[in-house]
Design a protein around this ligand. Sequence first.
Ligand SMILES: [Zn+2]
Ligand SMILES: [Zn+2]
Length: 447
Amino acid sequence: MTEIEHENHCPLSAVDRRLGDLHRHWHEAERGYFEPDSFRIAIQTAIQTLRTVTFIVQSNKRLFSNFDPWYTSWQDKLRADPLMRWMVDARNKIEKQGDLDAHSFVRAEIVASYYDEGPRIEVPAELFQNPTELISSIPTGALRKHVLKDGILRIQRRWVENSLPDYELLDAVGIAYGRVAELVADAHRELGLESPSTLVGDIDRTQGEESRGGRLPCMIGHGDARSHNVWLATGQSMEFEEKRVKFNRQDAERATEKYGLDANEMFPSKDPSPEATLNGLFATARKMFSVDGHHDTIAFLLRGARPVTLKRIAVQEHGEKYLVMRMLAHEVINFGADGVIIISEVWSAPSDPNNPYRRAVDAPEKREFLSSTLVTKIGDPVSLLALIKRTDNGTFLGDTETLRDQAAISFAPIYSAWGRKIPDSWIEVTEIATRGSVPGDDVRTST
Ligand SMILES: [Zn+2]
Ligand SMILES: [Zn+2]
């Protein structure tokens, strides 16, 4: 059922519509982000609307056979949540005293690895001149050389309210939307009704709801669109080219014929497990590589053993991958993925202690592999590798090798998105390579 059909039929349509209004006000605040008055009006309206959703639920009390215990348990839950308590106070302030004390800041940070370790400053927007101070804080030596070669300066405008310093305000309202949307979905369940499904275009994204904490897909990673990314090496801004690969039957049939593929091999129906999918996809990648002599970098997001979406990752410069993997982590949350497989060609070389930040591609003794790595929310990483041999007679692949529990450093943003700790062994690998300065970068293998 589409949202509109749902609203026309649902006994809770007044609630559904108010939640829809909140979504609209959230986008108005997003659109008005750089105009202080537009932002102020829209975000305050959103906070007021947020509060009225539960009022309307209460006024529909008669629809429920046993409203009070159900509603009390939600009330307790929301009252125990500091962010939701803040929203109630904020709404009271807006309605009884005046405007929120919101300020616009500029956050500037240097991104030069897969870990969130780069220096960062946050200054009131009117005081922000340029990030010279930040750049001069980069340590000297090999790390400085690396940062200035591959690092990115990320500049982001942020609205922050005085009494809620740990949140960006639009994000805070997005999280609060999610909590209230969960209550609304539960009200539907309580009445035995179908909840409205989350459609993005014609794709049903309802399944990611839990992972998004009830938020809509547009509310995840919204800060990326407002960020300005500049290469430290050139001072030029960075443009992303994002491509989602679309599967359709025709393409699939064409590919099946061209590469001699077997769908049963790709997604085995017996023994369905993420690792079986990894093996199936890698067997397919080998066939495609043998025909084409190259392989694009493709990320598959999995739920259980099944891919839910796939993306082609086009990275021109190494540093770009630091941001691309962070954006991929947002998609992981958005789709409720619990596994990720990336297939790509990689360079590999032993690390050189005298040259700790040298990437494999720049090493004299580098070797090229077709590789595929699987990471999951609970298991250890699994990598498959096949040596690429380029000769005058063509390009060949060596046997497939399986490596377990290797440091999959570039997947660190995805581990963070899942709330997983970065394993100590990953940090040790980079520590050994760089003698203690702990850069979250994968110097041994690089694309
Ligand atoms: Zn409804
Ligand atoms: Zn939206």
